[in-house]
Ligand binder design. Structure first.
Ligand code: FAD
Length: 471
């Protein structure tokens, strides 16, 4: 057996971070019969008084649902979700326009509460006898050679050793920070010069103040705001604005004015805007690319998963979906390698890295699309043409959005397929243009002798007779 697969007993695995991905991973590993200890720096979010987490809600689509389905949690999670089959654009003058996400208008991404999802996953983890949960354990250091970890806990420093350690501790991963000090570890971090703020549109007279069947977008070129519905009939808005301009909104009057100018219809729906604005800190957006995700020590193997391995910006709504897909792939690799963690983590990294690099790039590109292009006529025409092709060629043509959000086709394969489709569509368009030019010319030639001639027939527009007549 390889590292982490002792000759006797179940493999012992330490997962650092009980966020969305760490919890789901623990379910997959526990289901394989492995002994998992989950370390989390925060208190148990199921306890009363636990602090609120980063963003309030998030959109889960097919990749995330597929992963949840495999551990029997999809129905529980979807029961509390609000389906959003399209985006609702808010023009500056308040005009609304709805764009369905799929050709048939029926496929939806799902707005779910991040904390409710985390609690559901923790309950599922708790139900496995082989899992131990260690809250208020902040990893401070780790030796990848020996598998020794040290933690800050309310009772003082604590230590533990594990032959397999998986860092699921998010974009600012402490596990990754320890690997980073080793020669050969490459890290690329790219902060967007945009920050974000979360705000709430409360329920109005007990009902949703906006249509709950859509992801709402206020595209304003340089900035944008989005809003996702919550089960309590409120909406969580996320405002994305250049950092410097956000910092300048430092008085209630400036906040009110900025909203009245840029988002007048939303402004009218947030009664305590300035207070709400002051409540939440400015969040930052980072893309993290690093490698290797797997480090083989003398007596331990350390791997990275989820945002710890590949944090991405949120503009394709794929961060958590992608992290959940990591869990599916690692589980598959463990099955293929007979639970040899060293081999499985290397195989998983090999299969996932190209895919996560692809979605990182697409997420950055989609920011420009969401804040700017979605409002343009060219964008709407392209979407209509894509949906037309999807309906005309079911199973043979699918848009990038459809493949990313409503399928589990690997991200890199989506890009190859979209490139092939675009090439094919360009050839088809050229052929169609050629055909219509040829048909037009043929028709003109056929019609010419029959046409009743205008006075002075036989003369060209210059007044000169055609060359044949002249001869
Ligand atoms: P995290 O959720 O960050 O969890 C990491 C966990 O590790 C935390 O519980 C943390 O407390 C713990 N931890 C950290 N350090 C330590 C330590 N030293 N010791 C012990 N524990 C530690 N994704 C989507 O799929 N759809 C969306 O619509 C979407 N919207 C988003 C909107 C915003 C504004 C943002 C910022 C992100 C969004 N995402 C979305 C991305 C998504 O939130 C992340 O991809 C996802 O949370 C990653 O999960 P994770 O478990 O890898 O990391």
């Amino acid at each position: 057996p390889g590292v982490g697969a002792p000759a006797t007993g179940a493999p012992e695995v330490a997962v650092v971070g009980a966020g969305l991905v760490g919890c789901l991973l623990a379910c997959f590993l526990a289901r394989r019969g492995h002994a998992v200890t989950l370390y989390e720096r925060r208190p148990d979010p199921r306890e009363a008084g636990a602090g609120r987490s980063r963003s309030i809600n998030l959109a889960i689509s097919e990749r995330g649902i597929d992963a949840l389905r495999r551990v029997g949690l999809d129905e529980t999670v979807l029961k509390a979700a609000l389906p959003m089959p399209g985006r609702m654009m808010h023009a500056p003058d308040g005009t609304l326009s709805f764009q369905p996400y799929s050709a048939d208008g029926r496929r939806a991404i799902n707005s779910i509460s991040r904390s409710a999802l985390n609690r559901t996953l923790l309950d599922a983890v708790d139900a496995f006898p082989g899992v131990r949960l260690r809250f208020r354990h902040r990893l401070t250091t780790l030796d990848p050679e020996t598998g020794r970890m040290e933690f800050d806990t309310p009772g003082g420093p604590a230590a533990a050793v594990a032959p397999v350690i998986i860092g699921a501790d998010g974009a600012g991963s402490a596990v990754r920070a320890r690997l980073q000090t080793r020669p050969g570890f490459n890290l690329h971090q790219e902060y967007l010069d945009y920050g974000y703020k979360e705000l709430t549109i409360p329920a109005r007279a007990g009902d949703f103040a906006l249509d709950p069947g859509a992801l709402h977008i206020w595209p304003r070129g340089r900035s944008m705001m989005i809003a996702l519905p919550n089960p309590d009939r409120s909406f969580t808005c996320t405002l994305f604005w250049p950092e410097r301009e956000l910092a300048e909104l430092d008085t209630p009057a400036k906040v009110e004015r900025a909203f009245a100018e840029n988002y007048p219809d939303a402004h009218a729906l947030i009664p305590d805007l300035a207070a709400d604005y002051a409540l939440n800190p400015i969040g930052h957006l980072v893309t993290v690319r690093c490698e290797p995700w797997t480090v083989l020590g003398r007596a331990a193997v350390v791997g990275l998963i989820g945002d710890a391995a590949h944090a991405i910006v949120p503009f394709y709504g794929q961060g958590a979906n992608c992290g959940f897909e990591d869990c599916v792939e690692l589980d598959r690799c463990l099955a293929e390698t007979g639970d040899d963690y060293a081999a499985a983590l290397l195989l998983y990294e090999n299969r996932r890295k190209g895919n996560t690099d692809t979605i990182a790039r697409l997420a950055l590109d989609n920011f420009v699309e969401m804040r700017d292009k979605v409002a343009s006529r060219a964008f709407l025409a392209r979407k209509r043409a894509e949906h037309l092709l999807e309906r005309a060629l079911p199973g043979r043509y699918a848009s990038r959005y459809e493949l990313i959000s409503f399928s589990t086709v690997p991200y890199a394969e989506v890009e190859r397929r979209v490139t092939r489709q675009r090439r094919w569509a360009a050839v088809a368009a050229l052929a169609a243009a050629g055909m219509s030019a040829w048909a037009g010319a043929t028709l003109r030639n056929r019609l010419r002798p029959e046409e009743p001639g205008p006075p002075g027939r036989g003369r060209s527009r210059t007044g000169r007779r055609p060359r044949a007549e002249r001869r």
